[in-house]
Design a protein around this ligand. Structure first.
Ligand code: ZN
Length: 857
């Protein structure tokens, strides 16, 4: 059977909705198998005309429909499986519909569903149409009043958006809650959660003195593990006041943790719903990375209250308007909470690993695409991560003060509206007088620009001439590209700590800059702080690169210099299976790590070697098995050279008592990096050392690092002992067990995936668990996933097909791992193509069909 091909939606086809909805009254009579939803909409026609009323609706059982109290019969409307059309409606009227839905049968986790016996909703982007008939699009903003009736015992707590009213008795063991949201919002920000929770409460006083009641709702017995999320929330609220002048606008702010969730978290107005992995943490069960992720995601969702909720997107093509901007805001929050250079490096690692790969493959698309097939597939690294970089470039080009003025104008001018990227940039044009037309090309063109840098030195004149040229490679549907304005931070370094730094905007295909200096030939530092999301091409020798690393005064570029050197070395090593790493290079990297010991978080990043996937872009065709082997040899050489330092560092005790502070996390990051190097080392005693580190670890960060390092070494009694012990201790904590699954999927083979998938705790209906196995295997274990015999693909194929039948959004995301198949060496490439073709011939959901179709191109 052929797959259903998604119909392309085009940005150019946008038309405003012909009706205003002044008010929405929603009444829920909750029941897992038969929930009744009564919706009363007050509608009025926006302008003269006779446009029909078209409401979106999916998987709904229509029980009744009435206009101004008059019941309609089937001849009065047209009903399909995706909409309800009323051809002849008055200019102003009240529409009342009643539908029945079955949350317990909703496995797509979109709309209203059950997780752990509780009701919860997820409406972005098009889940609200699975709750009631409604114009389910972001530019229809309305005031919502919600009534929830539920069983008292099963649902002692009933939550929705806005301000709570009184809870009253509804008879028959049921009770009723009301929620009134004074702010207009689109349907994708609607939320409803009901069930029995433990609640962690606190409060926050805003800059104008309003007291806000804060509450985090979690599984029974988990309340103490919400303390860090609450602390992060309060710091986010204070930061947005200080940095953007934005105050919270309701009297209550609720967070609900949900175990079965397709995303990280969702910014519903006043009721954020979180994947429980991003709420719950304590020193026993969570790593520093978990604490950091919770801090960042809590902030991200909170920041959406202004960038996303009060001002939303006109249509889903503008998704980057809320996501790119909010990611930029949360990255800066994290930088202020921790270390700015370390945060920048981590953000760039993420961008390059995910977004540059996307840009280089068949799924490449602009930050604001001109069309899409399946809307769930629009939530990409390009929209989020590259979208954030574009805001960063804007701020860099106009400076922090003008950026803040432009943001103030944006909040002021567009509050309560659904807007476009053009309207956002018009605010910055108004405060600076600048034309952002050329800059908007960044939103329309896919692909990562490549900037080549050539320099020549005139000794007599004391002048360095720098030739810069930009080119963006072709991407699907975009064979030729125009130049984009690229803000480049540059500096001349004299090697004695002297820095002559400036910024230039490269807005043509080529340009030449001449810079005079005193003294001898300076070293040129380019794209400092990663000022633009580009690839830089420079023809430098290893010695020139080494000299640059030593002279560099920008922490990002110092790290980048080391990354470039080790990347070149891994590529060289991957050409011959017996080749041994260059000892001078290894010594230089070890020295850089030693010199950074005063900033252990930075030193930890210097030990990091690029992942196999990042190396795909450097040499085509990519041979993941050879790259993995070359990478491992370099890691082993680094471990051998650093052995005395590693031994001394790990012999010292880990900081106690445990605190998730940036300072302590930095110390543990370096310890973790050294534990990881032990996993790659050829030292025969390493497994014993690692098991001992595992046993004596006083925190999850190091316990997990030791277990992972043991699995890196393949089969051993020590590895089996650590895995068995971990499972025994944590089998009742699903969030921690996700790590146990992920560690094995990240290191094992196709057989490991099969083993993990048949584990009694593997649950196809739980996205976190599926991602821990299939997602980690296919994105973080590329030598095994892209095994030339196709075994890696076969290991995930059936699981993805089964997942697709229940939860298309989840399956489509997993399938994106195939996007790089054209870059692979011929055997793996052919196996990947055959797999994609088999998948295309299977009965796929529209979401998955969209990814597979585009991947095959
Ligand atoms: Zn977001």
């Amino acid at each position: 059977m052929r797959t259903e091909t998604p119909i392309a939606v085009k940005l150019a086809d946008y038309t405003p909705y012909p009706f205003d909805i002044e008010h929405v009254d929603l009444a829920f009579d909750l029941d897992p198998d038969a929930t009744r939803v009564t919706a009363t909409l007050k509608l009025s026609r926006k302008s003269k005309g006779s446009a029909p009323l078209v409401l979106d609706g999916e998987a709904l059982k229509l029980l009744s429909i009435a206009i101004d109290g008059r019941a309609l019969t089937p001849s009065d409307y047209t009903l399909t499986d995706h909409d309800l059309t009323l051809a002849d409606v008055p200019d102003t009227f009240e529409l009342r519909t009643q539908v029945e839905i079955a949350p317990s049968k909703n496995t797509a986790l979109s709309g209203l569903y059950m997780s752990g016996g509780r009701f919860c909703s997820q409406c972005e982007s098009v889940g609200f149409r699975r709750i009631t008939y409604y114009p389910d699009r972001p530019d229809v903003m309305s005031r919502f009043f919600v009534t929830v009736t539920a069983d008292k015992a099963a649902c002692p707590i009933m939550l929705s958006n806005g301000t709570p009213g009184e809870v009253t008795d509804a008879g028959n063991g049921r009770h009723k809650a009301t929620w009134d949201d004074p702010h207009k919002k689109p349907s994708y920000l609607f939320a409803l959660c009901a069930g029995d929770y433990d609640v962690y409460r606190d409060s926050f006083t805003t800059m104008s003195g309003k007291q806000i009641d804060l509450a985090i709702h979690v599984d029974k017995g988990d309340a103490d593990r919400a303390a860090w999320a609450m602390d992060s929330l309060k710091r986010s609220m204070a930061w947005d006041e200080e940095t953007y002048g934005r105050e919270y606008d309701l009297g209550v702010f609720n967070i609900v943790a949900v175990r079965d969730f397709n995303f990280g978290a969702m910014e519903n107005k006043g009721l954020n719903v979180f994947n429980s992995a991003y709420v719950l943490a304590d020193e026993d069960s969570a790593t520093d990375a978990d604490f950091e992720a919770i801090e960042s995601i809590v902030a991200h969702e909170y920041f959406h209250n202004w960038t996303g909720n009060r001002i939303t997107c006109r249509d889903w093509f503008q998704l980057c308007l809320k996501e790119g901007l909010t990611v930029f805001r949360d990255q800066n929050f994290s930088a202020d909470m921790r270390s700015r250079p370390v945060q920048r490096i981590k953000d760039v690692i993420r961008l390059r690993a995910r977004q540059f790969a996307e840009d280089a493959g068949p799924l490449a698309h602009p930050v604001r695409p001109a069309n899409y097939g399946a809307i769930d597939n629009l939530y990409t690294a390009t929209v989020y991560e590259k979208g954030a970089e574009l805001i960063g470039m804007l701020r860099r080009m106009i400076g922090p003060e003008a950026y803040r003025q432009g943001m103030d104008l944006y909040f002021d001018r567009h509050d309560g509206q659904a807007v476009t990227i053009e309207e956002f940039y018009a605010c910055f044009a108004d405060v600076t007088g600048k034309d952002f037309g050329p800059f908007l090309r960044w939103y329309a063109q896919a692909g990562t620009p490549q900037v080549t840098v050539e320099e020549s030195w005139d000794e007599a004149a004391g002048e360095l001439t720098i030739k810069l040229a930009q080119a963006t490679p072709p991407t699907p549907g975009q064979p030729t590209k125009k130049p984009v304005p690229i803000p480049l931070e540059l500096a001349l370094l004299d090697g004695k700590g002297g820095t002559d730094a400036w910024m230039t905007v490269l807005d043509t295909a080529e340009t030449t800059i001449t810079r005079k200096t005193d003294g001898g030939r300076p070293l040129l530092s380019v794209n400092r702080d990663f000022s633009a999301p580009i690839r830089v091409g420079r023809d430098l020798t290893r010695d020139q690169r080494l000299a640059l690393v030593v002279a560099e005064t920008d922490p990002f570029n110092q790290w980048e210099g080391v990354q470039t050197l080790v990347t070149e070395e891994i590529l060289k090593l991957s050409e011959g299976s017996q080749a041994q790493p260059d000892s001078d290079l290894v010594a230089a990297v070890a020295e850089a790590i030693g010199n950074a010991s005063g900033d252990p978080a930075f030193a930890a990043l210097l030990t990091r070697l690029p992942e196999v996937g990042e190396l795909f872009l450097e040499r085509k065709p990519a041979d993941p098995v050879a790259l993995h082997s070359g990478r491992k040899r370099l890691q082993a050489a680094l471990a051998a050279t650093l052995a005395p330092t590693i031994a001394t560092t790990l012999a010292a005790p880990s900081p106690t008592p445990y605190r998730p502070s940036a300072e302590q996390a930095g110390v543990r990051a370096l310890r973790g990096a050294f534990i990881n190097l032990l996993g790659a080392s050829d030292d025969a005693d390493a497994p014993k050392t690692l098991l001992s580190l595992y046993r004596h670890a006083t925190n999850m960060t190091e316990r997990l690092a030791a277990m992972r390092a043991l699995t890196m070494k393949g089969q051993s009694a020590e590895r089996d002992e650590a895995l068995a012990d971990f499972e025994q201790n944590w089998k009742h904590n699903p969030i921690v067990m996700d790590k146990w699954f992920a560690v094995q999927a990240g290191q094992g083979t196709a057989a490991t995936v099969a083993e993990l998938a048949s584990h009694p705790d593997f649950d196809l209906k739980n996205p976190n668990r599926v991602r821990a196995v299939v997602g980690v295997f296919s994105t973080a274990n590329l030598a095994a996933f892209h095994a030339p015999d196709g075994s890696g693909y076969r290991a995930v194929e059936d699981i993805i097909l089964k997942a697709d039948a229940a939860n298309p959004a989840l399956a489509a995301r997993l399938l994106a791992a195939f996007e790089q198949w054209r870059m692979l060496e011929p055997r793996a490439g052919a196996a990947a193509e055959a797999t994609l073709q088999r998948l295309q011939d299977a009965k796929l959901s529209p979401n998955s069909a969209d990814i597979v179709g585009r991947a095959l191109g």
